[in-house]
Write a protein that binds this ligand. Structure first.
Ligand SMILES: [Zn+2]
Length: 260
């Protein structure tokens, strides 16, 4: 299973997280032509045994996912999976953490708006899975455990209340997680949780459903990089147990600037 992580989609916004709709189309079309079946995260993990499967995820619920990415995915019959920071969805507020703050006051400020629940329901109606990205998008490894548990629980409840269906999945903000955070995610009722690596040679394993690795795709991701990251022979090597142990030491996961 290849799990891709996108953020926003825009022709004009030169943010690292905003791929162009053309690049998104080319990347997904390529995987479909190679025989990958597109599934939501929950569907892929339910029934992907022996099948080449691609899961297309979007973090942060940027408004351009609805206005730009949805049309690309619908034309290719690809269902997306969206991870929502629920406080921002409730308020329709701009998302300004980390590197995003630099766009405030520029012509691109409107790109920072989080989709409203009404807009998110349109994606759900189009067959998308909607998971949690916590309430306020904190680094869960850097805050008090009780506070982190509250973020995880309340955001799951907010998703379920807004969409009237179970919320099974979580994306850790910034991909940041450790053993304590993974335990809290389980305690908060999540069945699946995704991390975020941008490591071409990083280890791959889907043994632990609360640490599912994703490949981040950015505006700066070149076509050769995308080909290598999704290369079947390379991914088979990255999933081998001896390689995983070595690679985890050689390429430790860390939060990189600009990754959200
Ligand atoms: Zn995020």
């Amino acid at each position: 299973v290849i799990i891709l992580c996108y953020h926003a989609a825009s022709e004009r916004w030169p943010s690292v997280g905003a791929v162009t709709p053309e690049a998104l189309d080319r990347q997904l079309r390529y995987l479909l032509q190679r025989g990958y079946r597109p599934r939501t995260l929950s569907d892929a993990l339910n029934d992907s045994a022996g099948q080449k499967t691609v899961v297309v995820t979007f973090d942060d619920a940027f408004c351009s996912v609805l206005t730009q990415a949805l049309a690309v995915l619908e034309a290719l019959a690809v269902p997306g999976t969206l991870f929502v920071p629920t406080d921002f969805a409730a308020e329709g507020a701009p998302m300004t953490w980390s590197m995003l703050g630099k766009w405030v006051g520029t012509e691109h400020e409107s790109e920072l708006r989080c989709m409203s629940w009404e807009e998110i329901r349109r994606l759900a109606a189009a067959g998308w899975e909607v998971g949690s990205h916590t309430c306020s998008h904190p680094n869960l490894t850097a805050i008090d455990g009780e506070v982190a548990l509250g973020e995880l629980r309340r955001s799951r409840e907010a998703c379920e209340a807004a969409l009237q269906r179970p919320c099974r999945s979580l994306a850790y903000p910034f991909g940041a997680h450790n053993t304590d955070v993974v335990e809290l995610a389980e305690k908060a009722g999540y069945e699946l949780a995704v991390t975020l690596g941008n490591r071409l040679l990083g280890p791959l394993s889907s043994d632990d459903l609360l640490r599912l690795p994703r490949d981040g795709v950015y505006r700066s991701t070149s076509w050769p990089h995308f080909l290598l990251a999704t290369s079947s022979p390379l991914r088979r090597i990255r999933a081998l147990r001896p390689y995983r142990g070595l690679a985890a030491r050689l390429f430790p996961e860390r939060i990189t600037p600009g990754v959200q």
